[in-house]
Write a protein that binds this ligand. Structure first.
Ligand code: SF4
Ligand code: SF4
Length: 129
C-alpha cells in the first residue's frame, strides 16, 4: 500500500496522479502530491514506476498501511529501487526489466480492485434507496 510521499523530493509534476488506476493521489494547492484515498490503493506500484524523482514509497502489504515515516523510507534505501530494477525510464539502458516479478501482486491487486468496485456499487445503490 502507498505509505508516504517524500515532500522534499516531490516536484508536483502529477505523473503519479495520472498513473494511479485507483485515484488514490492528488496534487494539492502547495504543488505536492498527497495521499488522498489510501484505502483504495491496490499496491500496484505504478506510481513508483512513474515518479521521476523517487518521491513515493509503496510497501508490499496490500491490506493495510503500516505507517512508514519519511525518515524510515529514506533510510530504507528502497526509494526508486522498483523503478530502477524494473528497467524503467532512465534505467532502461542499465537494468533488464524485472517487472514480471510483480505478477502475483498485480493479481491480488486486480482482485482487490474488483472487490472495492463491487463494494462501492452496493454503497451507491444503498444511498439511492
Ligand atoms: S500503488 Fe498503485 S493504486 Fe496505490 S497509489 Fe500507487 S499507483 Fe495508486
Ligand atoms: S510523480 Fe513524484 S514528483 Fe511527480 S507529483 Fe507524484 S510524487 Fe511528486
Amino acid at each position: 500500500m502507498i505509505e508516504i510521499v517524500i515532500e522534499d523530493r516531490c516536484t508536483g509534476c502529477g505523473d503519479c496522479v495520472d498513473a494511479c488506476p485507483s485515484d488514490v493521489l492528488e496534487v494539492d494547492a502547495r504543488g505536492k502530491a498527497r495521499i488522498a484515498r489510501q484505502a483504495d490503493c491496490q499496491t500496484c506500484l505504478l506510481c513508483e514506476l512513474h515518479c521521476p524523482t523517487d518521491a513515493l514509497f509503496v510497501w508490499p502489504d496490500y491490506e493495510a498501511p503500516v505507517g512508514i515515516t519519511a525518515e524510515q523510507a529514506l533510510a530504507s534505501g528502497q526509494l526508486g529501487a522498483f523503478r530502477r530494477d524494473s528497467g524503467w525510464g532512465e534505467h532502461a539502458a542499465t537494468h533488464s526489466n524485472q517487472h514480471w516479478r510483480m505478477g502475483s501482486i498485480f493479481e491480488r491487486a486486480r482482485l482487490q480492485a474488483i472487490e472495492i468496485a463491487a463494494r462501492k456499487s452496493v454503497q451507491a445503490e444503498e444511498t439511492v434507496r
